[in-house]
Design a protein around this ligand. Structure first.
Ligand code: ATP
Length: 456
């Protein structure tokens, strides 16, 4: 079960993506309003202002340490959307990320009520998506029992909560067994709220969705505070955007320009350099009249790429060379023959799959000279070793920059996997736990789950 598919990715077969021989393999997502409206907003105005101390700032939001929790019933929205295999938790990374908040509340003697979604059961009870195995895995991590309620509302939840003593932990069954969760139904939100005295949101990965457990519930509790993980995410991402130490460099990669337009527009006025890599490179190269062979391209974004380049001056850095292949079989994870060519010499029947060595070196120099770095999206088809060099090199450069005192932030699922693949996950400042949420944050959007927290 893989989650975190960015809502901004491929629009599926028939969409504007042109890439001979390779079909979109991402889940087709609901189009966004901007996509439905068609035209892109003017380049001179970023999609929305950068996150300054405003509705999203943790400086203004209640933090779990700011509220009275001793002896209280505290309902905590966590992100326990973990992969399950044969009825067992396959990776407990997300559980570990939530431990600081849970342990803090336990120590305070709070009655801790945890709620989460798991997968997409589409509003129906489905044992394949039960959170029960998660209660056992969490108990093992905490070294103390975690009780489980068969439903997140109604009699099972109410009686389980009534049985709690100070310091106890209870996990409620999957919120998404009820369609009202994603519909942000006020009655359902009220039922969740009635289980507790105060509410804590520690699920950054779900904060970009206005659901009953992330947004609706805040209307029915006296206090809604952030947990440790939520605060850490916002401090890093928000801090970088609001007051970056300079030089401030962003690396934006991934398959398509269309998925990252709002990020590019939001970051461009604020960064010192914006390095563009990955599949979207070729739309920028074609916009400059270069031959790109069979490389991935979005022909309906050529004008946009042109105006971005004109607007950005020398802020946008594209590579000077690329690795091309005569055959890419993504499904089999193989490439045919490969060679390094200048961006001016891409053969008409080959396609670009990675950054070339000169590009890697140029990117590296810029990254290690930076004081703040944000990275979103791989700079090549990093899932295949033969075309992963550029992405691995970016990850290593981030680790190098971190060692020299830079703040380095990785936002997004694929970049996070790349950092792991490069073995430097612990050598960067922050790897965001929320793919879609961090992308929307970088786009300058207000995350409903954050905006709804109580102001100090
Ligand atoms: P992140 O998860 O870090 O935010 P992303 O997943 O949003 O990044 P996507 O737009 O989904 O970024 O693109 C990631 C995909 O882009 C990867 O699967 C990678 O193989 C692909 N990609 C990178 N470079 C190329 C390229 N030159 N040609 C085709 N695909 C590419």
């Amino acid at each position: 079960m893989r989650r975190g598919v960015s809502p901004l990715r491929c629009r599926g077969p028939g969409g504007p993506l042109e890439w001979p021989g390779r079909r979109c393999r991402h889940v087709v997502q609901k189009p966004r309003m901007a996509d439905l409206l068609g035209s892109d907003p003017p380049l001179s105005t970023p999609a929305r202002p950068l996150v300054k101390p405003g509705p999203m700032s943790t400086q203004r939001k209640l933090f779990v340490e700011d509220i009275q929790t001793a002896g209280k019933r505290v309902i905590v929205r966590v992100d326990f959307n973990v992969p399950l295999k044969d009825g067992k938790v396959e990776s407990d990374k997300r559980l570990k990320e939530s431990l600081p908040t849970i342990k803090y509340l336990k120590e305070k003697g709070a009655k801790v009520i945890l709620m989460s979604h798991l997968g997409r059961p589409d509003g129906k009870r489905n044992p394949d998506f039960s959170l029960r195995p998660v209660a056992d895995a969490l108990a093992a991590l905490l070294g103390s029992p975690v009780s489980f309620a068969d439903d997140c509302v109604g009699a099972p939840a109410e009686s389980a909560v009534a049985a709690l003593k100070g310091g106890d932990v209870l996990l409620l069954e999957n919120l998404r067994f009820h369609a009202q969760e994603e519909a942000n139904d006020p009655g359902f939100a009220k039922q969740l709220a009635a289980l507790a005295d105060v509410y804590v949101n520690d699920a950054f990965g779900s904060a970009h969705r206005a659901h009953a457990s992330t947004e609706g519930i805040t209307k029915f509790v006296p206090q809604a505070a952030s947990g440790y993980l939520m605060k850490k995410e916002l401090d890093y991402l928000g801090g970088a955007l609001a007051e970056p130490k300079r030089p401030f460099v962003a690396i934006i990669g991934g398959s398509k320009v269309s998925g990252k337009i709002d990020v590019i527009k939001n970051l461009l006025p604020n960064v010192d350099k914006l390095l563009i890599g990955g599949g979207m490179t070729y739309t920028f190269l074609k916009a400059q009249g270069l031959e790109i062979g069979k490389s991935i391209v979005e022909n309906d974004k050529l004008d946009l790429a042109k105006s971005l380049l004109a607007e950005a001056g020398d802020k946008i850095v594209l590579g000077t060379d690329v690795v091309v292949t005569d055959k890419l079989d993504f499904k089999a994870r193989t490439v045919g023959a490969t060679k390094v060519v200048s961006i001016k010499d891409i053969p008409s029947d080959w396609e670009g799959v990675d950054a070339g060595p000169d590009t890697i070196e140029a990117f590296r120099k810029i990254i290690i000279g930076a004081k703040t770095v944000i990275w979103n999206g791989p700079v090549g088809v990093f899932e295949i070793d033969a075309s992963a060099k550029g992405t691995i090199a970016v990850a290593e450069a981030l680790a190098e920059a971190t060692a020299s005192g830079a703040t380095t932030i990785i936002g997004g699922g694929d970049s996070a996997s790349a950092v792991k693949k490069a073995g430097v996950a612990s050598k960067v400042s922050h790897v965001s736990t929320g793919g879609g949420a961090s992308l929307e944050y970088l786009e300058g959007k207000v995350l409903p789950g954050v905006a709804a927290l109580t102001n100090k």
